[in-house]
Design a protein around this ligand. Structure first.
Ligand SMILES: Cc1ncc(COP(=O)(O)O)c(C=O)c1O
Length: 456
């Protein structure tokens, strides 16, 4: 191995560490000047080679300050976790290994780590240990993959081979979702040929949970999509009231648990998560609440044959060496060894570490809700998980407060519309968030909220 290669990797490790050290003492969102400074990267395409260390130095100088500090403890936007140390380190290792994890013959290491990580995931999430697990890019693709498995099984049960014959002329499948279904499930339904306009949406309550009595009669031609963790409120559909019944009517039940599935790892939330184990398939994001680096989503399918039929790929030059190859569970053939970071996160945190991380984030969310409510601001959701929806007065005052909070730089949270009103979403999803981070961020939010009210 040329010295240059190892030197570049060592150098990358050292600048990555200095980037992480800078996180506590900089604005959480980059200011316009640091964003504009990235223009310095837009040089003429070099006509020949450039020293790789110099390339990394230029990227560190101009990009590191312009990053969004979501790897730190005071980023509360969307549902974006950080990366626990072992998983961030494993990602660097995985890049050096550069293993193509479509097939075990290309990488016994990638396949082995995913086999173990998959087994541990089913254990920690308390799901059927014989389920198929696919390591995909994110929950959108996990939802898509699961819906393809559902499509396979529901149509095969009616004598139709969708993988061979396609959807033209196939028996109809009815698709039922809640009113607050995540946009990614709709996208996945459109990509898998179910069509957005054919979806039936069932009324949800004021937390975004499907109202079971509003569900139509289901049957063996029905695909029912539920969710664990509504993206705004964090609410869970009432699984125990719905799933056993839906299964007895022959429906396929899928759960989008992009972040909410992780609460299965923490017994504190058993009331919310009970019944998930009855579903046919689930989607989750390791890059959200397991806190591994992007991109890392998981599809879990109880019916292994269904996902294998929907996803497997065969060709004479692709040699199967395992009873089931990684690429039989994902849309991709070639891909990076995503299970590496999942393995490292699970091994370093252990059962109690994952549970504590979930519990801690939810405790922080409750602290935000209590502090903001005590300061006179309206909390719009039942804070059952890690999500808080807060209003700083009317829509205009709320927009103004969000703008001030984002510019202040202490922390970052985004806006949304909930029940027809504008609100700020606080999502506590990072392992790195401490009590001090919450205290500093709460003070900044209250200060900006009061300033917005005074200005109106
Ligand atoms: C509930 C829910 N489902 C699905 C997704 C899509 O996940 P990804 O962005 O990883 O594809 C998200 C992302 O925010 C989500 O919150």
């Amino acid at each position: 191995m040329p010295d240059q290669h190892t030197n570049v990797i060592r150098h990358a490790g050292s600048i990555a560490a200095s980037f992480l050290e800078s996180l506590d003492n900089r604005p959480v969102y980059p200011n316009p000047d640091t964003i504009a400074a990235m223009d310095a990267l837009d040089v003429e395409l070099p006509s020949g080679p450039t020293n790789p260390v110099g390339v990394l130095d230029a990227m560190h100088a101009h990009c590191s300050p312009a990053t969004v500090a979501s790897a730190g403890g005071r980023y509360f936007g969307f549902v974006i976790g950080g990366a626990v140390p072992a998983s961030a380190g494993a990602a660097m290792l995985a890049s050096a290994w550069d293993q193509n994890t479509g097939m075990a013959i290309c990488t016994p290491v990638g396949a082995k780590l995913e086999e173990i990580a998959g087994k541990w995931l089913l254990d920690i999430l308390r799901l059927d240990p014989s389920s198929g697990v696919g390591f995909v890019t994110g929950a959108t693709v996990a939802n898509f993959t699961a819906l393809c498995a559902a499509r396979h099984r529901l149509l095969a049960n009616q004598g139709w081979n969708v993988e061979e014959d396609g959807l033209f002329g196939a028996p109809e499948i009815r698709v039922i979702v809640g009113d607050q279904v995540h946009a990614s499930v709709k996208k996945a339904l459109s990509m898998s040929g179910f069509g957005r306009a054919r979806i039936e949406q069932v009324e949800a309550d004021n937390q975004g949970r499907i109202i079971p009595s509003k569900l139509p009669k289901l049957d063996g031609r029905t695909l029912l999509c539920l969710q664990a963790g509504e993206v705004n409120s964090g609410a869970y559909d009432p699984f125990t009231e719905i799933i056993a019944d839906a299964k007895s009517q022959g429906a396929w039940v899928h759960i989008d648990g992009a972040f909410g599935l992780w609460a299965r790892a923490c017994r504190e939330f058993d009331d919310l998560t009970a019944g998930i184990e009855l579903a046919d398939s689930c989607a989750a994001d390791a890059h959200k609440w397991l806190n591994v680096p992007y991109d890392s989503g998981l599809v879990i399918c109880k019916d292994r044959d269904a996902i294998i039929n929907a996803m497997s790929i065969r060709a004479p030059y692709l040699h199967d060496t395992l009873a089931s190859e990684p690429c039989w569970f994902t849309p991709e053939l070639s891909r990076r060894a995503r299970g590496t970071e999942v393995y490292a996160a699970l091994r370093s945190l252990g059962r109690s570490g994952v549970s504590d991380m979930i519990s801690r984030c939810c405790k922080h969310a409750r602290t935000f809700a209590a502090g903001l409510s005590d300061a006179g601001f309206e909390i719009m959701n039942d804070v059952v998980l890690n999500q808080v929806l807060v209003r700083f007065g009317d829509d205009d005052e709320t927009r103004a407060a969000i703008d001030l909070i984002q510019k202040d730089g202490t922390c970052w949270a985004g806006g949304t519309t909930w029940q027809g009103k504008h609100a700020m979403r606080i999502s506590v999803s990072s392992w790195a968030t401490t009590d001090t981070d919450v205290d500093m961020s709460l003070k900044a939010m209250i200060r900006c909220g009061k300033q917005a009210a005074r200005a109106s």
